[in-house]
Design a protein around this ligand. Structure first.
Ligand code: ADP
Ligand code: MG
Length: 327
């Protein structure tokens, strides 16, 4: 199949996104940013065998590729608008492409993000998605705004991404036998279809002092907020929110490292000044967003862990580096 035909068949659905003047098919897309808004842009590559198992279902690869990118927009407080797709394929496998395209458009529809262009090449399987969204520059959630005394929050729960990867790779360790199929299915889904907190990010824009999505693990990513803001943080480990699946495992030697440094959770970690706590609590009790206070911003640098108020130490190298590709 010719490359043109492939694009035509699988990636040329008419975009019905806001501001798309010209989508797939020309040399470049023409896109209109609404007045008063700024374009938030982010790109991520997923390589087979590195970011997902090479034999993963095509639909799930596509879902994950778009979702992890949307998480970056969420972390800026931006509203998704458009994306491009650079796809490298080892072969033209039509059933695979049909599946991939289905997963991609399903995620695109769910988050109202329109495919407006891309590139298709031959080579080892890899998927690069670039997302673009709208946010006003004053309200955008940066990493650099955390202040001493702010409370640290995280949306939903932690550790599911790493636990999900373990399930997907069939290497669930201790306690695995205690996990029933429902919990396993939940964790698998959390790995392949992380939920970018797009709605939450937009609610937090203009409210949170700093935010970041958790891709490398809480300690590493909160560490980025601390570095960018010139502050330190104290985390209370007994406050970390865990899903029913991880609670069922009931094995902190495994669950705590997943929650602190496992990565792949794509929850938002954000900081909030005391003066805005009431406003956030109102949103939480109103069911607009789910978030848990897990610590405080303090003077100094780095992230310290407390358990019931008592300092605990971890092997720094093991628990704070997050995922590094080149070390
Ligand atoms: P060019 O040689 O000008 O880069 P291409 O043949 O790469 O053109 O692409 C033709 C059109 O198809 C362009 O509009 C491009 O954005 C789009 N396109 C190519 N690959 C993809 C893809 N995987 N998904 C979506 N659009 C694509
Ligand atoms: Mg091209």
């Amino acid at each position: 199949m010719h490359e043109f035909e492939l694009i035509q068949r699988y990636f040329s659905r008419a975009p019905h996104g806001e501001g798309v003047m010209l989508g797939v098919g020309d040399d470049a897309a023409l896109l209109q940013v609404p007045p008063g808004q700024t374009l938030a842009v982010s790109v991520d590559t997923l390589v087979a065998g590195v970011h997902f198992p090479a034999d993963a279902p095509a639909q799930e690869i596509a879902q994950r590729a778009l979702r992890v990118n949307l998480s970056d927009l969420a972390a800026m407080g931006a509203k998704p608008a458009w994306f491009t797709l650079a796809l490298t394929l080892p072969e033209v496998n039509e059933p695979w492409l049909a599946d991939f395209s289905r997963g991609l458009y399903a995620a695109a529809d769910e988050f109202s993000c329109a495919l407006v262009g891309g590139d298709t090449t031959a080579g080892p399987l890899s998927v690069t998605v670039q997302v673009m969204g709208f946010v006003s520059a004053e309200r955008a959630l940066r990493r650099s705004g955390a202040g001493v005394g702010d409370t640290v929050f995280v949306t939903h729960c932690l550790g599911d991404g790493a636990a999900g990867l373990a399930v997907v790779e069939g290497k669930m360790l201790q306690g695995a036998t205690a996990l029933d199929e429902n919990h396993k299915a939940y964790l698998r889904q959390r790995f392949y279809r992380p939920q970018p907190r797009v709605r939450e990010g937009q609610l937090l824009a203009g409210l949170a002092s700093a935010a970041q999505d958790i891709s490398d693990g809480l300690l590493a990513d909160l560490g980025h907020i601390c570095n960018a803001s010139g502050v330190g943080a104290e985390l209370e480990l007994t406050s970390l929110p865990l899903s029913p699946a991880l609670q069922a495992l009931n094995d902190s030697s495994q669950v705590l490292p997943w929650a602190l440094s496992g990565g792949d959770d794509y929850e938002l970690c954000f900081t909030l000044p005391a003066a805005r706590l009431a406003q956030l609590n109102k949103m939480i009790t109103g069911g607009l967003l789910q978030a848990t206070a897990i610590g405080k911003i303090v003077a100094g640098s780095g992230v310290r862990c407390l358990s019931s108020g008592q300092p605990v130490t971890f092997d720094a190298r093991k628990y704070t580096d997050g995922y590094r590709h080149f070390s």
